[in-house]
Design a protein around this ligand. Structure first.
Ligand SMILES: *Cc1c(COP(=O)(O)O)cnc(C)c1O
Length: 337
């Protein structure tokens, strides 16, 4: 099977497994796992932030960030396609007791004008606007990236209005590689950043939440409350360290492969449109002889897995476990459909 369903499906490489086996470990709830401590500091240093917190999932790092930035009754401002809203099980309401102000952005990206207009006045009728959450790259937007200027504009408005600014950076390294950005710039703009190690970076498990020392101290307490305090999880953190050291530059190969898949799709009559491909995600709208689900089925019969995101949209995600040969095979299959 050639599995394009998600970049979460990667399995550790032999070299990553070797590195994991030799990891020093300890009890992380006591703060004594050297591998976790080292991963947290290493990730924080990469972004010029003070501290990090290793968690089992990106959902947990996002939810901890929202919980730590807000009080029940506050409001979170985000794009309507945001993972925090679409794919975290209503956690904003459940974990933080907050309402959400959804904005209609451009493939998941919102502007400073939209943010400004969504901030509630100081009025007893209104929830208190407390947090802006952005996503880069945007998953539902098809791996779209923000222009860095937009972050700076939104930072200014957030500061002026006493709002926290969180970044769901599940695929932040895809954006950084694509735009040739400096991670340290992100640390200057955001109050908190969530990074997934288990997506394109190829670690089996884990995400890191970044912020200042005080923020991470509070988030660490909430992580315990959420049941996310792990013990000798340094083996997993070691996979993350290995991924940061070895799997960032190669993301450009996934991006190049995504363009090849796009080209193959664009040549077919049953493909109405392919979203602009910037990083490792290709989303196409299907019409004519296939629906999204019959197209998914046709590929499955050729041992290729993709997902339908709606009755008309299908998604291919490129990652570490998809070889160039598999991309060529896939292109050949698409050609013959
Ligand atoms: C995958 C993903 C997450 C986190 O997902 P988990 O499966 O909980 O690790 C968060 N945000 C975005 C945009 C994602 O794509």
């Amino acid at each position: 099977m050639i599995d394009f369903r998600s970049d979460t499906v990667t399995k550790p490489t032999a070299a990553m497994l070797d590195f994991m086996h030799t990891a020093p470990i300890g009890d992380d709830v006591f703060g004594e796992d050297p591998s976790i401590n080292s991963l947290e500091q290493k990730t924080a240093d990469l972004f010029g932030m003070e501290a990090g917190l290793f968690c089992p999932s990106g959902t947990m790092t996002n939810q901890l960030a929202i919980k730590t930035h807000t009080q029940a009754g506050d409001e979170v401002i985000c794009d309507e396609l945001s993972h925090i809203y679409q794919y975290e099980g209503g956690g904003i309401a459940f974990n933080a007791g907050c309402s959400v102000r959804l904005l209609q952005g451009n493939r998941g990206r919102i502007t400073v004008e939209q943010v400004q207009a969504a901030i509630n006045p100081d009025d007893v009728h209104k929830p208190i606007s407390k947090l802006v959450s952005l996503e880069n790259t945007c998953n539902r937007g098809g791996g779209s990236c923000y222009n860095f200027n937009d972050f700076q504009f939104i930072r200014e408005v957030a500061t002026a209005n006493n709002l926290g600014l969180h970044l769901d950076g599940a695929r932040l390294f895809n954006a950084i590689v694509y735009k040739n950005e400096n991670p340290l710039e992100y640390g200057k703009v955001f109050d908190s950043i969530s990074i997934c190690l288990s997506k394109g970076l190829g670690a089996p498990v884990g995400s890191v939440l970044l912020g200042n020392k005080d923020f991470i101290k509070k988030a660490r307490r909430w992580r315990k409350v959420f049941g996310g305090g792990m013990r000798q999880a340094g083996f997993l953190a070691a996979a993350g360290i290995y991924a940061l050291d070895h799997h960032i530059d190669r993301l450009k190969d996934d991006h190049a492969n995504a363009l090849l898949i796009r080209d193959a799709l664009e040549r077919k009559d049953f493909v109405q449109n392919v979203f602009e491909v910037e990083t490792n995600i290709v989303i196409a709208s299907i019409h004519g002889k296939y629906t999204a689900s019959s197209f998914v089925q046709a590929l499955k019969e050729k041992n290729i897995l993709v997902i339908a995101m709606s009755p008309i949209l299908v998604r291919f995600v490129l990652h570490l476990d998809i070889t160039e040969t598999q991309v060529e095979e896939t292109i050949e299959v698409i050609k013959n459909l």
